[in-house]
Ligand binder design. Structure first.
Ligand SMILES: [Cu+2]
Length: 183
């Protein structure tokens, strides 16, 4: 079975290489004598230059806005353990026992303090998405069985934040939500 797959890919590779070699050998040299935009090399140069400028503008505008602030060089002020389970989130200041999961009724953080969520799942894959008071998604990670995903965030505004599951995890997935407070 393995060998037939390998053989198949080898045949595909040989065919693709042959096509490239054939195209390379049969394409004629472009005529460098024509000037201006009639020259395909000139056309290609401007096309790539304009493309690079557009990409450069796009990247410099969007990259600083991407929400991947890791705060890797900072010590978190608060650490919260999160265990997702059909169809609930347990959140606690101390580690959660997978056999008897228990969470705290209310969780509160201060504004501008670095919070670290340590997110895991006790059954299937879940999402862990934080929404602010105006229901805008501000941060998210996956809750996966057997893994602890760290999500660090600094909340700028006080208010009630919501956590929703963003991974369809079963019949009552939409009920999977909880809240915490930032003061
Ligand atoms: Cu879900």
């Amino acid at each position: 079975m393995h060998y037939s797959i390998l053989l198949f890919f080898l045949i595909v590779a040989v065919i693709s290489i042959s096509v490239f070699v054939y195209v390379f050998l049969t394409s004629k040299q472009s005529d460098n004598n024509t000037t201006g935009m009639a020259n395909p090399l000139q056309k290609r140069f401007w096309f790539i230059l304009i493309l690079l400028v557009i990409l450069g503008i796009f990247a410099s505008v969007t990259i600083p806005k991407s929400p991947y602030y890791l705060f890797a060089d900072e010590q978190p002020k608060a650490v919260v353990h999160v265990a997702a389970m059909q169809f609930n989130f347990f959140m606690s200041d101390s580690a959660i026992d997978p056999k008897m999961p228990k969470g705290e009724d209310s969780i509160t953080f201060n504004t501008n303090e670095l919070v670290e969520f340590r997110v895991t799942s006790l059954d299937v894959n879940h999402g862990f998405a934080i929404y602010n008071a105006s229901n805008k998604l501000i941060a998210q990670t996956q809750a996966m069985p057997g893994y602890v995903n760290r999500l660090r965030f600094k909340f700028k505004e006080p208010g009630t934040y919501h956590i929703f599951c963003l991974e369809y995890c079963g019949m009552a997935h939409q009920l999977m939500r909880t809240t915490f407070t930032v003061k």
